[in-house]
Write a protein that binds this ligand. Structure first.
Ligand code: ADP
Ligand code: MG
Length: 280
């Protein structure tokens, strides 16, 4: 009876102390500690560790929700053999975050459509969240639209400051910023504000030479590119579209139509990487 009263009171105390994991798990842990005759200090340490582990888990869960990453795009499901020039070890180092994210450096993924830029960007974002960083994935065009709206309401600075809580801002598809979006240059203000403070991961299917389309004038383009690449790692993903290759593969394996030698050869020649990119 006394125990019931104690337990109820303990629950209230743990509530007040904001220790939900201990509140939920202490009874089972106490039972085990009694059974195995743990010293009191060990029991206390296990309770504290349990609360911290749950706190971390909940935080990562929250950060995953807010990051708006693409479902299913993980490093495990990324086929590195399809991009021979990309080193898996380099990507793994990027995913640890520490040095570049702390320095507010950038990562740029360039290459034609279907090469896996968006997949890789989201997968890197996921790995970083799992490693404790805060990330936001956005289609560049959508984010620019939101910032333009904020500018009209004279709240651009506040909107950009709010994005500071994300250690990494993923701007997917820079090329899709439209001409009228370019005119107001909120993107330039975002880039300037984050420069050397907060990281960005930018994907684009055009080289820097064409970035003039995204900013209202050449001076601003130059200034923007300069800030972005000053501390940046650039991955060039110059491979055939993965979708197209997958479709060719399916066709090659051929449901129904018996493939002739000639067909296989033509397709194989078309899809294999150039000699200089063959992986060692
Ligand atoms: P991009 O952003 O470069 O246009 P995506 O990342 O959207 O290309 O890739 C197109 C599709 O192909 C996606 O469904 C993606 O998951 C898949 N894909 C591309 N490259 C790879 C790869 N190396 N391994 C696994 N899937 C890939
Ligand atoms: Mg893409």
């Amino acid at each position: 009876m006394t125990q019931t009263i104690d337990a109820a009171r303990l629950c209230l105390l743990l509530n007040d102390l904001r220790l939900p994991a201990i509140k939920q798990g202490w009874a089972m842990m106490a039972e085990r500690a009694d059974r195995e005759a743990w010293p009191a200090a060990r029991f206390l340490a296990s309770l504290a560790e349990h609360e911290i582990a749950e706190r971390d888990r909940r935080r990562i869960e929250r950060h995953l929700l807010e990051a708006r990453l693409l479902p299913g795009k993980t490093l495990d499901s990324f086929d590195f053999t399809a991009v021979p020039a990309l080193s898996r070890a380099h990507v793994a180092a990027i995913c640890a975050g520490d040095s570049w994210i702390e320095a507010g450096a950038n990562l740029i993924l360039l290459g034609g459509p279907g090469g896996g830029k968006t997949h890789l960007a989201s997968a890197i974002g996921l790995a970083l969240v799992e490693n404790g960083w805060r990330v936001l994935f956005a289609r560049t065009s959508d984010l620019v639209q939101k910032l333009q709206l904020a500018r009209r309401e004279l709240a651009l600075e506040a909107a950009i400051t709010r994005l500071d809580r994300y250690h990494l801002l993923i701007l997917d598809d820079l090329a899709y910023v439209t001409k009228d979006q370019a005119e107001t240059s909120v993107l330039f203000e975002l880039i300037s504000a984050r420069y050397e403070r907060r990281s960005m991961l930018i994907t684009a299917n055009m080289g820097f030479g064409e970035w003039g389309r995204i900013f209202p004038d050449p001076a601003m383009t130059l200034a923007a590119v300069d800030r972005i690449v000053h501390h940046a790692t650039i991955f060039e993903i110059n491979v055939d579209s993965y979708r197209r290759r997958a479709a060719l593969d399916r066709k090659q394996k051929g449901a129904g139509r018996p493939p002739t030698r000639a067909t296989i050869k033509t397709i194989a020649a078309d899809v294999s990487p150039p000699d200089n990119q063959t992986q060692t």
